[in-house]
Design a protein. Structure first.
Length: 127
């Protein structure tokens, strides 16, 4: 029986092409192509995962392969053995030894507001 607080899971034999949206924590251990959006939740890309998608979540933990951009309103963690090809925008980033990353990093307070937020300022504000 599943616990009420346990995250949803996409198993390693599952293939999803399209858009994945949700309002609960999610573990992806299969193949996802498209987009994954979990506005205020944690997304975990498992060690068996092969993801070709743009990822948006509060916190993102990557253990497998990701090809796509990652946007987090909180923290992104790249664990040993993962491979990420794409840009990362977040408040905080942790990279372990032996994690492979190819892309750009934007660590700003405006991480969750989209690409235009990092360059737009209003009178009296500073970036």
């Amino acid at each position: 029986m599943a616990l009420e607080n346990s995250p949803a899971r996409i198993g390693k034999t599952v293939v999803i092409c399209g858009e994945v949206k949700g309002s609960e924590d999610l573990i992806v251990d299969g193949r996802v192509e498209g987009t994954v959006s979990l506005a205020e939740n944690r997304l975990t890309i498992g060690p068996n995962a092969n993801v070709a998608a743009d990822l948006t979540a509060r916190d993102v933990l990557i253990l497998g392969r990701v090809q796509g951009n990652v946007v987090a309103s909180g923290r992104v963690e790249l664990r040993a053995g993962c491979a990420v090809e794409g840009d990362i925008r977040a408040l905080r980033l942790a990279v372990e030894d032996n994690a492979v990353f190819r892309g750009k990093v934007d660590l700003t307070q405006n991480a969750a507001k989209g690409p235009e937020a990092a360059t737009t300022t209003h009178a009296g504000e500073s970036v």
